[in-house]
Design a protein around this ligand. Structure first.
Ligand code: ZN
Length: 555
C-alpha cells in the first residue's frame, strides 16, 4: 500500500519561480465547481460580491473552459448532452469518454450489461468493430452469449474480417464461446466480428408480452485474449456502445450511479501518486468504492447521507471514514444558510428539486469542512474538493434570475438564489484559502456552464478555468482551453511527463513565462488505461439515482 508514500517528495526538474523550494513538489488545490460559468462570475465580481474569485483571477490566469457534449450510451434516443460525470472524468483523466469509460449518468454494474441482437428484416446479424489489438499472437475471442429462449438452441456463424471462422451451437443458457483467431487473419487498425444467427422471433409471439422486436440472442461481452492469457480487450455493449455497430438493440443492465468500477483510465491523482506526489481527493464524482491512492480519497458516497451508512470503502484509507464522520453537518446546522440563500421561501414547496438543492448544500458544507481539516498544514501535493451547489441551483432558478414567471407561492426574493449560491461558494473558497500557505497553487475548474433552455436551467458548453500561484501567469485571460487540458496541465505543473494516450494538451500560456521557459514539456508513451476489476463488490445507491431523477438526468 502506498499510504506511507505521503512522506515522499518528488525531485523538481525545472528552475523554480516564486517561493517554491527546490526538491519539493508544489502544493496544488483544485476547487471543482459543477456548473459554474464565467458570465455570472464576471457579473458578480463587477458588483464586488465575489472577493475570493476576484483575488484569484486578478493575480492569476482565468478564462472559459470548453466542455464536450456526448451521446449517452444508456439512452434509447441519440441526443447529445453535457453530462457532469462524463465531463468530470475527462477533466480527471485528460481523455475522451470513449477511452475513460464513463459514458452516462448511470451505467450497468460491471458484469450485468447486455444487449439483444435481432433484425426487423432478414436474418439476425450482429456486427462488432474491434480496435487495434496488441499482445502476443495467436489470439482468442471470448464471447458471452445466450440464445433467445423461445427460439431454443441454435447455430451461430462466427465471421472475422469477412471470413467464416466457425459455426458454433448456442444454448439458451449464458455461455462463454471461445473461438481461436488465426494470426494471419488479424488486421492492424480495426477488426470486424460478425455473428450470423439461424433463428429469431418476437417476444409477443410467445404469450403476454407486447414487445414487437425480433430477437435472436443476447450478448454480454466480447473479450480478446492473447497467447499469454492476457485480456487485451473487454467490450460490453454499454461502455463500448459505438463498437456494437449493427444488429443490436440499446444496452441494458442493473443500473447504478457512476462508480470507480466504471473508470477505464487512470486519473491524474493516480499518475502523480505513482510518481511520489502526495494526493487527496474529496467528493469527486464516481470515486466510490474508494481505492488506494498515495494519500487519501473521500469517495463520492461520503456526501450521500442515507446510503453512506450501508456502504464499505467510503474512503481510502478505510479508517479515514470514521475520523471524518463527526464533521458531517446536520440539517439544522444549515438553517442559517438556507435562510440567507432564500431556499425556504416558496410555500408550498413547488419542486422537489429544492430539496435536492438543500441536500447538495449540506454535502458541499461537509466537503468544505473536510477540505479545511485535511488541507491544514499541507505544503506539497495535489488536492481537490468537489462542490455542486451552483449546478443544482441553476437548474431550478436560472430562469427566475432571468425574469421568468415565478411559480405560485414563491416571493420575488427567490430570484436571487443563484447569485447567493455564488456568494456562498466564494465564501467557501475563502475558507479553504485561509488554511493554505501563501505559495499554494489554486485552480478553480468547472465541467460546464449553465443556460436557460425551454424554461429551465440547462448545461451549456463553456465552464470556467482559474489558475493561480507562483508558476502561473498573473493577470491573464486565457482562451481555447478545454476540459481535456486540465490533467496534462496539472502534470506539467508538477514537472511530470504527459502520457501520449491523453487527449488534452498542456496549456502552455497559463504558466508564468519565466518558469515555463526553464521547464520543458515532456511526453511519455505509457498505457494509462484501466482494466475492469470484476472483484470489487458494488451496489446501486437508490438515493443517488433518485437525485438524478429529480434533476431530470435519468427517467
Ligand atoms: Zn447539472
Amino acid at each position: 500500500m502506498r499510504w506511507v508514500g505521503v512522506l515522499l517528495t518528488v525531485a523538481s526538474s525545472g528552475s523554480l519561480a516564486g517561493c517554491q523550494k527546490p526538491g519539493r513538489a508544489p502544493l496544488v488545490v483544485v476547487i471543482q465547481l459543477d456548473g459554474a460559468g464565467l458570465d455570472l462570475v464576471d457579473e458578480l465580481r463587477a458588483d464586488r460580491r465575489l472577493p475570493n474569485f476576484d483575488r484569484l483571477m486578478a493575480t492569476g490566469t482565468s478564462g472559459p473552459l470548453q466542455s464536450w457534449p456526448t451521446l449517452r450510451v444508456m439512452r434509447t434516443s441519440a441526443r447529445r448532452t453535457i453530462a457532469s460525470p462524463i465531463v468530470w472524468t475527462s477533466i480527471a483523466t485528460g481523455k475522451i469518454p470513449e477511452k475513460h469509460g464513463v459514458r452516462d449518468f448511470v451505467l450497468p454494474v460491471p458484469g450485468t450489461a447486455s444487449a439483444w441482437i435481432g433484425s426487423e428484416e432478414g436474418s439476425a446479424r450482429g456486427e462488432i468493430l474491434l480496435p487495434e489489438i496488441g499482445g502476443v499472437p495467436p489470439h482468442e475471442l471470448r464471447l458471452k452469449l445466450r440464445s433467445f429462449a423461445p427460439v431454443g438452441e441454435q447455430h451461430v456463424g462466427v465471421f472475422w474480417n469477412g471470413n467464416e471462422l466457425d459455426t458454433v451451437s448456442l444454448p439458451v443458457e449464458w455461455t462463454i464461446l471461445t473461438v481461436p483467431l488465426p494470426a494471419s487473419s488479424m488486421r492492424p487498425a480495426q477488426n470486424r466480428l460478425e455473428l450470423l444467427f439461424e433463428k429469431q422471433s418476437r417476444p409477443s409471439d410467445h404469450g403476454a408480452s407486447s414487445d414487437r422486436r425480433r430477437l435472436a440472442a443476447e450478448v454480454a461481452f466480447v473479450d480478446v485474449v492473447d497467447a499469454r492469457g492476457k485480456t487485451l480487450l473487454s467490450l460490453d455493449p454499454a461502455v463500448a456502445r459505438e463498437r456494437f455497430v449493427r444488429g443490436f438493440y440499446p444496452p441494458r443492465g442493473q443500473l447504478t450511479e457512476i462508480q470507480s468500477v466504471h473508470w477505464r483510465a487512470k486519473p491524474v491523482w493516480t499518475l502523480l501518486g505513482d510518481a511520489g506526489v502526495p494526493v487527496g481527493i474529496i467528493g469527486h464524482w464516481g470515486t466510490w468504492p474508494a481505492y488506494p491512492v498515495n494519500g487519501f480519497l473521500v469517495s463520492s458516497r461520503m456526501g450521500i447521507r442515507q446510503t453512506r451508512g450501508d456502504s464499505d470503502r467510503l474512503t481510502w484509507p478505510d479508517s479515514l471514514a470514521g475520523e471524518i464522520a463527526p464533521l458531517a453537518p446536520d440539517v439544522d446546522d444549515l438553517e442559517p444558510t438556507f435562510e440567507r440563500l432564500h431556499v425556504n421561501e416558496c410555500a408550498p414547496r413547488v419542486i422537489d428539486r429544492q430539496s435536492v438543492l438543500k441536500k447538495i448544500l449540506i454535502q458541499d458544507t461537509y466537503y468544505v469542512r473536510l477540505a479545511r481539516k485535511i488541507l491544514a498544514g499541507r505544503d506539497t501535493g495535489l488536492f481537490s474538493v468537489y462542490l455542486r451547489s451552483i449546478d443544482v441551483a441553476a437548474h431550478v432558478t436560472l430562469p427566475w434570475r432571468n425574469g421568468s414567471l415565478l411559480p405560485e407561492g414563491c416571493p420575488d426574493t427567490v430570484r436571487s438564489i443563484l447569485d447567493e449560491v455564488y456568494v456562498q461558494i466564494d465564501a467557501w473558497i475563502g475558507d479553504i484559502l485561509d488554511v493554505l500557505p501563501p505559495d499554494a497553487h489554486v485552480f478553480v475548474v468547472s465541467d460546464h456552464g449553465m443556460q436557460q433552455l425551454q424554461g429551465t436551467g440547462d448545461h451549456a458548453p463553456f465552464g470556467l478555468f482559474i489558475a493561480h500561484g507562483a508558476r502561473i501567469r498573473p493577470g491573464h485571460r486565457q482562451f481555447g482551453s478545454t476540459v481535456l487540458d486540465v490533467a496534462p496541465t496539472l502534470l506539467h505543473l508538477f514537472d511530470q511527463p504527459v502520457p501520449l494516450d491523453m487527449d488534452g494538451k498542456v496549456l502552455a500560456s497559463v504558466f508564468d513565462p519565466a518558469w515555463f521557459r526553464a521547464s520543458s514539456i515532456r511526453y511519455v508513451d505509457v498505457d494509462t488505461s484501466l482494466s475492469p476489476d470484476g472483484a470489487i463488490p458494488t451496489d446501486a445507491s437508490e438515493e443517488a439515482l433518485e437525485e438524478l431523477r429529480a434533476l431530470g438526468y435519468i427517467e
